[in-house]
Design a protein around this ligand. Structure first.
Ligand code: DQA
Length: 294
């Protein structure tokens, strides 16, 4: 899957090329956007560009980035120094944001030294030539991507405390499904399928919309997980030929085998409609939780 960057340019940046060229250079906004898109493509990213002179429109665009873009690069223009609302929008969507400025804001008027964005951005670049900004960004984006793993530590501790001393498998499954569903907004369906024998899985405790009731070991991602007893990570469920679509909106899925006394008692299935990017780190953390619980 190609990662997507949203490039946002704020007020007056539509005037680039003619606006104070001694400070901002002679390239137009379209030149900058085309350069960024081409550069992003060479490094395996998609790039969508947006410019507005209006605070509310920028905020709306940031909100709409959820589930669509994995990174935001923003030059908020003068809103950098004034807009708590844009800051709050960035905090609210939980997408890594890079703040960029064409000029060196620290070498200009005193009022440009303060930014409402910098302390919540993962990186700030200013005062470099456009090409140098792009070079630096393409070094930073993959590093950020590798850090985009979920932090399971609190959830693992909570689950451990809740299921301690509990023998009933269904009670433990229900507790884990609830905790995972509530801990991560991007988990849209979390549930267990129980191994009921005859190479068949049957729905167990779950959170989210309705799940399929019965899944044979021979079918779909859950079936494969049960059959081979190993974690399945699917980046695009639509690409799986025999995927059993319980929900039409699911895009990403991770399924883990659940063992008790070395016997397969079921599978844990987590689905997401967003770009959830399940990876080995998820598999490791969730397997630890399951091992500790059953
Ligand atoms: C700017 C710096 C801001 O202080 C200014 O208001 C802008 C452009 C830059 O790119 O250097 O509009 O963000």
């Amino acid at each position: 899957m190609t990662l997507s960057i949203l490039l946002i340019n704020g007020p007056n940046l539509n005037l680039l090329g003619t606006r104070e060229p001694e400070i901002y250079g002679s390239q137009t906004l379209s030149d900058v956007e085309a350069l960024c898109a081409a550069h992003a493509k060479t490094h395996g990213f998609e790039l969508a560009s947006f410019q507005s002179n209006t605070e509310g429109a920028i905020i709306d665009e940031i909100h709409q980035a959820r589930g669509k873009h994995q990174f935001i690069i923003i030059n908020p223009g003068a809103y950098t120094h004034t807009s708590i609302a844009i800051r709050d929008a960035i905090s609210g969507v939980d997408i890594p944001v890079y703040e960029v400025h064409l000029s060196n804001v620290h070498a200009r008027e005193a009022f440009r030294k303060h930014s409402y964005i910098s302390d919540i951005a993962v990186g700030v670049i200013c005062g470099l030539a456009r090409k140098a900004i792009l070079r630096r960004l393409t070094q930073l984006l993959p590093i950020t991507k590798n850090k985009m793993t979920r932090d399971y530590s609190e959830t693992i501790s909570r689950v451990a405390a809740l299921v301690e001393g509990e023998e009933d498998v269904i009670a433990k499954m229900a507790t884990i499904a609830c905790e995972l569903y509530q801990s991560f907004d991007e988990f849209h369906w979390v549930g267990f399928y129980r191994n009921i024998g005859n190479d068949t899985l049957k729905i167990g405790p779950y959170q989210g919309g309705h799940g399929c009731l019965v899944i044979p070991f021979a079918k779909g991602v859950c079936g494969t997980c049960a059959r081979i007893g190993d974690v399945q990570i699917v980046d695009d469920v639509n690409a799986v030929a025999d995927h059993i679509a319980c929900s039409a909106t699911t895009q990403f899925e991770i399924v883990l085998p659940v063992f008790a006394d070395n016997k397969l008692i079921g599978v844990l299935d987590i689905d997401s409609d967003n770009l959830a990017e399940f990876n080995e780190a998820d598999a490791e953390a969730l397997s630890t939780m399951l091992r500790n619980s059953f």
